[in-house]
Design a protein around this ligand. Structure first.
Ligand SMILES: [Fe+2]
Ligand SMILES: [Fe+2]
Ligand SMILES: [Fe+2]
Ligand SMILES: [Fe+2]
Length: 250
C-alpha cells in the first residue's frame, strides 16, 4: 500500500499533479508571442492527457472494486464533454486565458471533491486519535457546498500529517503543500464568488494572507526547518481558525 500520496495510489497522484502542472504551463503561455495554433495544440494536448488520466483512473478504480465507479466515470465524461464544447476553433489571448481559468477550476474541483470519494480504497482510515484536525459542528457555515470544500481541505491536511508521521519526508510534504495551495486558491475563489456580499474586505485579505503564509511555510519545509509534527499547530490556526473567524456567519 502506498503511504506517501493523497489518494494513496502513487500513480493517480502523479497524474493529478501532472494535470495541474500542465494547466499552469497553459496559463503561463507567453501572450506577447501569441499564436492561436500553438495555444490550440497545447490545449489539445492537455485534453488528451486529461482523458488518458480518466481512463487510467477508471481502470484502477475498477480493479480496486470502487462501488461508485459508474457515477464517477459519468462525472469524467461530463467534465471532458464540457471542455470539448468550450474548445473553439480559434482563440484570441483573452478568450484563451478565460478558458484556461475555467478548465483549471473544473479540474481542481473534480480532483479536490469527487476524487476524494475513492481515497478509502487505498488508504488506511485515519483513526480519530491520529487525526490532526477533527470536524465539529461549530465549523459549519450554513453553505453545504462551502462546508464540503472545507472538509475536503481538512482531509488533505490530515493525509499530509499521517504521511509525515510515517516517513518524515520533507520534499514529499512540500509537494503536498503545493497541491494544497492550488486547492485552497480554488476554494477561496469559490467562497468569494458564492457569498460575495457577505465576504468582507478583511475576509478576502485574510485569504491572501493564508496563501502567502503557506508559500513561506513551503520554502521552510523544503529547507527542513521544522519538525514536521509541529505542523499540527500551524494548520489548526491556518484552516480552523480562519473558518471560525471569517467563514462562519456571526
Ligand atoms: Fe482524477
Ligand atoms: Fe476522477
Ligand atoms: Fe474564507
Ligand atoms: Fe473557507
Amino acid at each position: 500500500m502506498a503511504d506517501n500520496t493523497s489518494s494513496g495510489n502513487n500513480f493517480i497522484d502523479e497524474n493529478h499533479e501532472d494535470l495541474l502542472n500542465h494547466l499552469s504551463e497553459l496559463s503561463e503561455y507567453d501572450q506577447s508571442e501569441w499564436d492561436p495554433d500553438i495555444f490550440k495544440s497545447k490545449l489539445d494536448s492537455f485534453i488528451h492527457d486529461l482523458e488518458s488520466h480518466f481512463s487510467h483512473e477508471e481502470l484502477i478504480l475498477s480493479g480496486a472494486g470502487f462501488s461508485d465507479l459508474r457515477a464517477h466515470a459519468l462525472l469524467h465524461r461530463e467534465l471532458a464533454l464540457n471542455i470539448h464544447k468550450k474548445n473553439l476553433l480559434s482563440y484570441d489571448p483573452k478568450s484563451a486565458a478565460e478558458l484556461v481559468r475555467e478548465i483549471t477550476a473544473e479540474t481542481i474541483s473534480h480532483e479536490l471533491m469527487s476524487d476524494q470519494e475513492y481515497w478509502d480504497l487505498f488508504n488506511d482510515k485515519p483513526s480519530s486519535s491520529k487525526r490532526l484536525l477533527l470536524w465539529s459542528k461549530d465549523l459549519e457555515t450554513g453553505h453545504p457546498e462551502i462546508d464540503k470544500q472545507h472538509i475536503a481541505l481538512m482531509n488533505h491536511v490530515n493525509h499530509l500529517y499521517l504521511r509525515t508521521q510515517r516517513n518524515n519526508d520533507y520534499q514529499e510534504a512540500a509537494k503536498e503543500l503545493r497541491m494544497l495551495v492550488l486547492y485552497s486558491k480554488y476554494h477561496f475563489q469559490e467562497e468569494e464568488k458564492h457569498i460575495d456580499n457577505k465576504v468582507s474586505t478583511q475576509h478576502k485579505a485574510n485569504h491572501r494572507k493564508l496563501l502567502d503564509d503557506l508559500n513561506i511555510l513551503i520554502e521552510e519545509v523544503e529547507s527542513e526547518k521544522y519538525d514536521l509534527s509541529s505542523l499540527a499547530d500551524y494548520f489548526d490556526y491556518w484552516l480552523f481558525n480562519h473558518i471560525r473567524t471569517y467563514d462562519v456567519p456571526k
